[in-house]
Design a protein around this ligand. Structure first.
Ligand code: FAD
Length: 292
């Protein structure tokens, strides 16, 4: 059965939610399809200090709680499932794992996925911090040395020992995070460590790095890869890829937030994209009404 919706938003992170809330303010209903939980990547943030209105900063977890309350207040419609395919033939057909939808307008706000250096099937290896944020008395290795790596380290260092492996010799994280790291004795950074492999046993993960002309091993309880992220668009059918410019110029398809913003991956930018998108949808609908 094909379920008809006016507007479908893929992804319930800041970009998707801001779109849905702003649309509601114009009395326009939409459906968010979210495969995980509302709030998107923000649940991982140690402290968000650049989102206006929170002069003392706010933890990612608390900001997500507030965003969920905002959704409840506006009675935002959410269907929890993964979108696996979007096709186009005068209208969009959105397939999830269990249901199929039809819609005239699609907003893709699906964020990013981690870059995978090597695939490992193990419950000890992660790509985001929230799944292990409450563990205690462990040794956790983080592979990567950008903002996310240091942010994850600060979350985990409250109750654990954290090792950051940087493949270069310079720090790439922002100065505020670096200052917080410098004052934290539970985090140690290793430079010029080129990731080689992981060896997982029942109890531990041995991380192997190339260092100078030899190999070094580090015994950890968990490993988090924080080696960059890339746009999450694997559900786009070829029929859409071929018409991408036409569909976006015609305001039938919007691609917003982190999935579209390259390195400018920030919650306030994503939320701003969402509000702008909702305004464009409202204008398009008004023009169509005026014509008819
Ligand atoms: C550790 C860390 C710290 C950060 N700190 C800050 C900070 O201090 N300040 C700041 O402004 N930003 C910060 N960010 C960045 C911020 O979290 C992102 O910029 C923001 O969440 C992007 O919003 P988005 O809606 O574009 O994407 P996301 O938040 O990634 O949301 C995308 C959503 O789409 C869903 N989705 C993806 N594919 C599908 C599919 N096929 N079907 C259904 N649903 C799907 C995902 O599950 C996800 O919920 C931080 C990020 C991290 C990781």
């Amino acid at each position: 059965m094909l379920i008809k919706k006016d507007i479908i938003i893929i992804g319930g992170g800041p970009a998707g939610i801001a779109t849905a809330i702003q649309l509601k303010r114009y009395n326009i209903n939409s459906l968010i399809i979210e495969k995980d939980t509302l709030g998107g990547l923000l649940k991982n943030a140690f402290k968000v200090e650049n989102y206006l209105g929170f002069p003392d900063g706010i933890t990612g977890e608390t900001l997500v709680k507030l965003i969920k309350q905002h959704c409840e207040k506006y009675k935002i419609d959410v269907f929890y499932n993964e979108v696996i395919d979007i096709d186009y033939d005068n209208k969009f057909i959105v397939k999830t794992k269990t249901k199929k939808f039809e819609s005239k307008i699609i907003v893709i706000a699906s964020g990013t996925k981690p870059k995978i250096l090597k695939k490992y099937n193990s419950g000890k290896i992660f790509y985001e911090v929230y799944e292990i944020k409450d563990v205690k008395d462990k040794t956790i290795g983080i592979i990567g040395a950008g903002d996310a790596a240091f942010d994850y380290a600060l979350t985990l260092a409250k109750n654990n020992k954290v090792l950051i492996f940087n493949r270069g010799e310079k720090n790439k994280c922002n100065p505020v995070l670096f200052e917080m790291y410098k004052n934290n004795k539970s985090i140690k950074v290793f430079y010029n460590r080129n990731f080689d492999s992981l060896q997982v046993t029942d109890k531990k993960v041995k991380a192997v790095f190339q260092y100078k002309n030899s190999f070094e091993n580090y015994l950890t309880d968990y490993i988090i890869f924080a080696a960059g992220r890339k746009p999450q668009l694997n559900f786009l059918h070829n029929s859409i890829k071929e018409k991408l410019n036409y569909l976006t110029d015609n305001h039938e398809l919007f691609i917003i937030g982190d999935v579209a913003n390259g390195n400018a991956r920030q919650a306030s930018i994503a939320a701003g994209d969402g509000i702008k998108t909702a305004m464009m949808i409202k204008d398009k609908r008004q023009k169509l009404k005026d014509k008819s």
